[in-house]
Design a protein around this ligand. Sequence first.
Ligand code: PCA
Length: 156
Amino acid sequence: MARVFVYGTLKKGQPNYHSMTDRTHGTAKFQGRGLTVEKYPLVIAGKYNIPFLLNTPGTGHRVAGEIYCVDDQMLQFLDEFEDCPNMYQRTPMRIEILEWEGTSSAPEERPAVNSILECDVYSTTTYQPEWINLPYYANYDSFGKHGLLYNEEDSG
Ligand code: PCA
């Protein structure tokens, strides 16, 4: 089991959320929402408009996302899906809990609001240097007013 924080196309309502609910990939249990403790640049880059959290803490925004408890099979699927470790690297990051729905642990073990949990995040250090000059987002939405719709036709 692993705890994964997703901030991009894997969130609810976003173009790859269906991958999280496809039981042939394993299981992903929604646990809650959170915010990175550190600031990071979250950009939308390349011709497919893919979101990337650039692993350069200290610039950008505290990024919003969702926390899932995933089994080994789903973790392996996600690693392949995210082309990890080439395009993204799965890295532990500190996440502040904003909302917790997870019921898998005993009540006294559930993290309190504003507490901090370590979660795996698909971020990248192997990005094109000019991406650092793109606009930074705090809360990714493929359908946002930036108009940079994720290009799911060609990206997978
Ligand atoms: N998928 C992963 C990383 C970026 C993306 O689109 C996620 O949602 O966290």
